[in-house]
Design a protein around this ligand. Structure first.
Ligand code: DQA
Length: 147
């Protein structure tokens, strides 16, 4: 199977940025671990972080024709703002899990609304980097077999 992991804006600063909310691991640490876990089980996993909405939208479009079976996405601040990213995920019809490092329900009220949760297979929030591993385990068990 081929899994695509997408990270939204400011997640390139992980490890430095508000560690009380987001932990001490860097995005590189998280991505490296996910690639290792997926490849050890015979799957492919690619990752992309972008601070630009259109880059994420276009990567989702490309996923329609590059064999991607499942998407794991932390839309970061776009969670609360982006109809465009939501529409891209609806358009490509690739199942996805929404991940947040922090518990978005235990923070400012504006973080409680997500443009993604109602169309996601599921949502993991508040479990730090471990949340990505849980989403990956789900993706490997439940994504439609592509190959
Ligand atoms: C986040 C939560 C968002 O509210 C925030 O804007 C982020 C990260 C998280 O992983 O906890 O950038 O998605």
């Amino acid at each position: 199977r081929t899994i695509l992991v997408l990270h939204g804006p400011n997640l390139n600063l992980l490890g430095v940025r508000e560690p009380e909310h987001y932990g001490s691991q860097t995005l590189e640490d998280i991505d490296r671990n996910l690639v290792k876990l997926a490849t050890a089980q015979g799957h492919r996993l690619t990752t992309l972080q972008s601070n630009a909405e259109h880059v994420l939208v276009e990567r989702i479009h490309a996923a329609m024709s590059d064999g991607t079976d499942f998407i794991i996405i932390n839309p970061a601040a776009f969670t609360h703002t982006s109809v465009a990213l939501r529409d891209a995920l609806s358009a490509v019809r690739i199942p996805f899990v929404e991940v947040h490092l922090s518990n978005i329900h235990a923070r400012e009220p504006f973080r409680r609304h997500s443009y993604f949760s109602d169309i996601a297979e599921g949502v993991v929030a508040g479990l730090g980097a471990h949340g990505y591993e849980l989403a990956l385990a789900y993706a490997l068990a439940h994504s439609p077999a592509h190959q």
